[in-house]
Design a protein around this ligand. Structure first.
Ligand code: GDP
Length: 529
């Protein structure tokens, strides 16, 4: 096997998705612990301090102690080279979060056992489903009182429309949490709170039919376990690797990230069940990751990481071949040969300059303002473009204007550049044109980021008026006469800067009403960039 093939085969690139507080950071931390990337768990996010080391990129992050951008971590474990894409949740949730999923080959969904599927999980999940990538579920916090296990699985199946297949099964929860039963090996792994999760846990393993099991978990819990296994074997979906690969069946694991129970088992199974970097679609067919020619696409643009310079970093996912610092590449959309300068990668905690990277890896390169989201970079003679990244529906809207009317030019320049980076989407009134700009964002924090950046980078003060709309739809029909669309009273007609018409709604049911009232109208939740 060539070195290139070996390098690519050992790569696993995945995103972790969860609702805030479900335990994503804690789980990531434990992964890094197994990978030997950190000695003591607890340092990925020492809430305020340690986390800044990773993404101390914008003033606003420091002020609020949160991470505005999603970051990538690379570490090694058991012969694998693992790239974890973090997807920020909650307030700092943005379109970047969705785009990050475009760069992943699979997703890990962390669910709080006492809460089940929560809003944020649902949204991110939709994107995974759209991409048909494998989704692995880690049901966390079993050391706390959990919902009924069957109900948790039911919840995932109903809410997300995906079948589940438990790989292991919990024995009790909270104070009564005794461990998990591995359905494959038919062995029980007993739970012991380790040194507050700072070391790898030492679990005891015991066969399900070993009489000594009673001493470990007690007769009542043993009986409950046997009953549940019987029920489960009769009721749950059979494990089917092909369905897992297509994202139709999610393998489910139970554990406790905080006490480091079930984490390594999960990681091992996950690595075996996922594949090395997947082929990607381009306008010239499927691109094989093992092809020696380098190719990559830009999925995120991060402005102002270095305050001293007004620079941007373009993050790209390598889709095939090998990247060599200093190599000549071709930027397809810019139709230009170039070198990628200052390529960097995040290794566990630090950012460092990379000399070599392979399909599956994520690199950030210095961007003098030439890249756009979705752009393709290739090294071979074959010049192709990867499938574009969809524009995700913003859910918050505001009307924005500059305070000083003399600064119209700077205002438009700033807001357009920020939109080009993909942090916000900008629209105009359908009838009145450029006078007022309507900004749409996926997460409300982006409004603050916009205000801050316009002020700091473009010296423009703005006033913002929140609008009540929460749903946006692109109109898929070509040549539609917007005047003729009869919508609901809460509907607003707008257009993007290319003049394409869109509709805004306050209520989701109005979308359906509008479709009913206008025969042949086709509306879409994802836009084309
Ligand atoms: P994130 O917002 O999803 O990244 O969640 P964090 O990893 O920051 O965890 C949120 C809170 O839940 C923190 O206080 C963690 O210590 C706690 N936590 C995480 N995993 C577990 C677990 O397995 N058991 C318990 N009891 N608490 C946990």
């Amino acid at each position: 096997m060539s070195d290139l093939v070996k390098e690519i085969e050992k790569r696993r690139t995945f995103a972790i998705i969860s609702h805030p507080d479900a335990g994503k950071t804690t789980l990531t931390e434990k992964f890094l612990l197994y990978g030997g990337a950190i000695n003591l768990a607890g340092s990925v996010k020492g809430k305020a301090t340690a986390r800044h080391a990773v993404s101390d990129w914008m003033e606003i992050e420091k002020e609020r102690g949160i991470s505005v951008t999603s970051s990538v971590l690379q570490f090694h474990y058991d012969g694998y080279c693992i790239n974890i894409l973090d997807t920020p949740g909650h307030q700092d949730f943005s379109e970047d979060t969705y785009r990050t999923l475009m760069a992943a080959d699979s997703a890990v969904m962390v669910i709080d056992a006492s809460k089940g599927v929560e809003a944020q999980t649902r949204k991110l999940f939709k994107v995974c489903v759209m991409r048909h990538i494998p989704i692995f579920t880690f049901i966390n916090k079993m050391d706390r009182d959990a919902n009924d296990t069957f109900e948790l699985l039911d919840d995932i199946e109903k809410e997300l429309g995906i079948a589940t297949c438990p790989i292991n099964w919990p024995i009790g929860s909270g104070k009564g949490f005794k461990g998990v039963y591995d359905r494959n090996t038919k062995r029980v792994m007993t739970f012991a709170d380790t040194l507050k999760g700072t070391k790898e846990g030492t679990e005891k393993e015991i066969a399900i039919d070993d009489p000594a099991l009673v001493d470990e978990i007690g007769e009542d819990q043993r009986q409950t376990l046997l009953d549940e296994i019987e029920l489960l074997d009769g009721a749950s979906a059979e494990f089917d690797m092909e369905l897992v690969s297509k994202g139709e069946l999610s393998p489910v694991f139970f554990g406790s990230a905080l006490t480091n129970f079930g984490v390594e088992t999960f990681l091992q199974h996950f690595l075996q069940m996922t594949s090395s970097p997947l082929p990607r679609m381009s306008d010239q067919g499927v691109i094989d990751p093992f092809s020696p020619d380098f190719s990559a696409f830009v999925f995120k643009i991060q402005a102002n990481m270095n305050k001293a310079h007004r620079d941007r970093i373009a993050f790209m996912r390598i889709c095939s071949g090998e990247f060599d610092a200093g190599m000549e590449v071709f930027h397809v959309q810019g139709n230009k040969a170039m070198k990628l300068s200052q390529p960097q990668q995040l290794m566990a905690q630090e950012r460092k300059i990379v000399d070599k990277a392979y399909a599956g890896d994520i690199i950030g390169v210095f961007d003098p303002g030439i890249f756009s989201i979705g752009d393709t970079i290739v090294s071979g003679k074959n010049r192709f473009a990867f499938e574009g990244i969809p524009t995700f529906a913003p859910e918050h809207f505001a009307r924005v204007r500059q305070v000083d009317t003399m600064k119209r030019k700077q205002f438009m320049k700033g807001i357009s550049q920020i939109a080009q980076e993909g942090a916000i989407q900008i629209f105009q009134e359908y009838n009145t044109g450029m006078e007022e700009i309507i900004v749409g964002v996926v997460g409300v924090l982006q409004f603050d980021v916009l205000k801050y950046r316009l002020n700091n980078e473009y010296n423009v003060e703005i006033r913002m008026e929140n609008l009540p709309y929460e749903h946006i739809r692109w109109i898929e029909n070509e040549d539609i006469d917007l005047d003729k669309i009869s919508g609901t009273s809460d509907m607003k007609k707008i257009k993007d800067l290319k003049g394409r018409p869109l509709l805004l709604f306050v209520n989701s049911w109005s979308v359906g009403m509008t479709l009913d009232r206008n025969e042949g109208l086709i509306l879409s939740e994802f836009g084309r960039s």
